[in-house]
Design a binder for this molecule. Structure first.
Ligand code: BG6
Length: 487
């Protein structure tokens, strides 16, 4: 959990090994986050980073040059000593074709570096790789005895964790053959976002909200993660994924469980994850009538014409991949029985916004109805996760003047008015890996419980309705969510 703003945590000296060391994630996210943590003194003086990739032409020097370029291009602030840091802390090792021999050479290089830097054998191994490479890499790591060390060894895996229930189980089995669950850190980067972590504080530190957070007071909950970007050049990945696998099974489901979970017995990783799993197990099998899939047509975003999904490079002309999904979820437990949770996500939507809207029930007696111009709206709490992070509490107020005319206004809080810019989620998550805090990482049973919910929908091959780029999705989705204004 993010404690960086107030506490300087110094992690134990270690080597941070990144598979996919020259890739996009390393350049855009991991390197800037590690650099930031180092600049704040979190990494200590002896810790080092070893980039691992196929490229046999690279060496420590040319890898450092790549890293300097990546840091210069990153939106995070540059530090004067970037060059010095790269020279002292970054190293490179090729993994060639990934043979047993290559992994033995990697193990030897790690030991050599640990010797030279007097490291005690603490290792974080980050797989920033395509999902297809996970099983073989995990097995080869174990063969080279890189699954254990004189200190701690932690394995970090980026989503997707499988593509359905069967493959997720298989991946967990391979992992557990060689690593303890306590060594495995499955990253869902949404959990690194400050505003997502704040859901716990918001709910459990404010008794005011917790007391109305239930079926008696809440009418519905709507969770939206809308993006205005399209799939860009990611067709190779996205055509085999779609919105359900790419966003719903992981990011939206995390938001759902954090919103719906019970108060944990303690504020520790397993107690919190236990409660999240209980929510997943209480969800009633999702009916196909409660699901709308969509695919964007051409349209306009911010006044600019944008192509439809089928015109994106690399997309099959008859593709049925969904770039939008809306679902109605029912949680059959004492707190939420009868309260619909709507999940909605899509690409090329009207704006980029992630928010959770909790709509409260109207007053039991419509006391104001006899008056003219008097339309009572239900109260709502809107938690905006990004951008413009904060929350708004909507309430009704009498418009001053003659008559009883009601108007909706809101009490608002904005992070940017109260705090410095929020840290990037990867800073939080990487520091947690290095301090051994698994609270913000997805557990094996959680992954499987989520796939158990969505796999039947993937097997159904549901129809995909078109929607215009720049809209809020297909009209069927609006009906599913109960109408209302477009947002
Ligand atoms: C990724 C998905 O996990 O999350 C992308 O693969 C998506 O398709 C991205 O665009 C959204 O993340 P964020 O942090 O920009 O909301």
């Amino acid at each position: 959990m993010n404690q960086q703003a107030t506490t300087r945590i110094e992690v134990e000296p270690h080597i941070f090994v990144v598979f996919g060391g020259t890739g996009d994630l390393m350049r855009r996210k991991l390197l800037p986050a590690l650099r930031h943590l180092a600049s704040r003194g979190h990494l200590g003086k002896r810790s080092i980073i070893l980039g691992v990739a196929r490229n046999a032409e690279l060496n420590d020097e040319s890898f450092r040059a790549l890293a300097r370029e990546a840091l210069a291009a990153s939106p995070s602030p540059a530090y004067e000593a970037d060059g010095k840091w790269c020279a002292e802390c970054l190293f490179y090792q090729t993994i060639g074709k990934g043979t047993q021999e290559n992994f033995r050479a990697l193990a030897a290089r790690i030991e050599e570096l640990e010797g030279a830097h007097k490291l005690p054998g603490n290792r974080a191994i980050y797989l920033a790789l395509g999902p297809g490479a996970f099983p073989s890499t995990i097995m080869r790591l174990a063969e080279a005895r890189l699954n254990r060390s004189p200190g701690w060894t932690r394995l970090v895996i980026e989503k997707p964790f499988g593509r359905d229930l069967a493959s997720a189980k298989e991946l967990n089995q391979i992992l557990h053959r060689h690593f303890q669950e306590s060594q495995v850190y499955r990253i869902d980067h949404y959990l690194g976002k400050e505003t997502v972590q704040n859901l716990l504080a918001f709910r459990f530190a404010n008794a005011l909200f917790e007391s109305v957070w239930n079926r008696d007071r809440v009418e519905s909950v709507e969770i939206t993660v809308a993006e205005s970007l399209g799939i860009g050049t990611r067709a190779g990945y996205y055509e085999n994924a779609g919105a359900l696998r790419d966003m719903v099974q992981n990011h939206l489901t995390q938001l759902l469980t954090l919103t719906a979970m019970e108060v944990p017995a303690a504020f520790d990783a397993d107690a919190i994850r236990d409660e999240k799993v209980k929510v997943l197990r209480s969800i009633v099998p999702i009916r196909k009538e409660g699901v709308v899939f969509g695919q964007y047509d051409s349209g306009k975003i911010d006044g600019e014409a944008v192509p439809g999904y089928l015109e994106e490079p690399g997309v099959a002309s008859d593709s049925q991949t969904e770039s939008f999904a809306a679902l109605r979820i029912e949680i059959a437990n004492w707190r939420w029985q009868g309260v619909p949770f709507y999940l909605r996500t899509g690409k090329r939507m009207a704006e980029r916004v992630s928010r959770i809207e909790v709509k409260f029930r109207c007053s039991p007696v419509t006391f104001f109805q006899p008056f003219d111009d008097c339309n009572v709206h239900s109260n709502a709490l809107v938690i905006t996760l990004q951008p413009d992070e904060g929350f708004d509490l909507r309430f009704e107020i009498k418009s001053p003047g003659q008559g009883m005319n009601l108007k909706t206004h809101q009490l608002s809080f904005r992070y940017e008015e109260a705090f410095e810019p929020l840290p990037d989620g990867y800073q939080t998550l990487l520091l947690d890996v290095l301090t051994g805090d698994q609270t913000l990482f997805v557990r094996d049973d959680e992954v499987e419980a989520a796939w158990r919910l969505y796999t039947p929908l993937l097997e159904e091959r549901l129809p995909v309705s078109p929607y215009t780029a720049g809209s809020w999705g297909p009209p069927e989705a609006k009906r599913l969510l109960g109408g209302g204004e477009d947002r």
